[in-house]
Design a protein around this ligand. Structure first.
Ligand code: GAR
Length: 197
């Protein structure tokens, strides 16, 4: 009997790509899911090298190509994505991509949305704001995306403590551990339509 094709993930990443790395590792030998490609807007993104290490196509695009042409859309379509994962991707996704892949694009955010979201709220900016607010708890939000930054239906939130003496960097490290643990599990759950993580 012919085996069904694997499901395809396409990753978008703008920076270091440690979350992309977790997906690359987790799905490297997965029987049902593969990382088909990684796209980046940043020529210096270490995420590009991580993809190449795993022999996954790494594609770079410019702002003009992303917002003023259908080049990126056509390239993404070639990989037949079942899910697109924004893993530290910092640009707003254009309508053309949203319409081509309704409900198939998810984002990971390093805080408990709806707080600490929106334009400019990424990386250390988020953790600095949480520490300055004196919150006792932070965490991650994995959510579907729509045409606004950090909005869209929540899929999962996980929590961690914020200690009074935490620096933003210390909090970032604690939150990143949660991201690395849960992102592959959520992707797997969505693609395999599992009830549990
Ligand atoms: C992650 O913490 C991710 O949640 C965040 O960027 C970091 C990327 O790290 N994303 C956002 O802030 C989106 N608003 P990584 O490049 O090591 O995966």
């Amino acid at each position: 009997m012919k085996r069904p094709d694997k499901k395809n993930i396409v990753i978008f990443a703008s920076g270091s790509g440690s979350n992309a790395q977790r997906l690359l590792e987790h799905f490297e030998r997965h029987p049902e899911i593969r990382v088909a490609a990684l796209f980046s807007n940043n020529p210096k993104a270490y995420a590009l090298q991580r993809a190449e290490t795993y022999h996954v196509p790494a594609l770079l695009f410019s702002r003009d190509e992303f917002y003023n042409s259908d080049k990126v859309l056509r390239q993404v379509q070639q990989f037949k994505p079942d899910l697109i994962v924004l893993a530290g991707f910092l640009w707003l996704v254009p309508q053309s991509l949203l319409h081509a892949f309704p409900d198939k694009i998810i984002n990971i955010h390093p805080a408990l949305l709806p707080r600490y979201g929106g334009k400019g709220m990424h990386g250390l900016n988020v953790h600095t704001a949480v520490v300055q607010a004196g919150d006792s708890e932070s965490g991650i939000t994995i959510h579907r995306i729509n045409e606004e930054y950090d909005k869209g239906e929540f899929i999962l939130q996980e929590y961690c403590p914020v200690h009074p003496e935490d620096t933003p960097e210390e909090l970032a490290a604690r939150v990143l551990q949660l991201e690395h643990k849960y992102l592959p599990l959520v992707v797997e759950k969505l693609l395999l339509e599992k009830d549990e993580l």
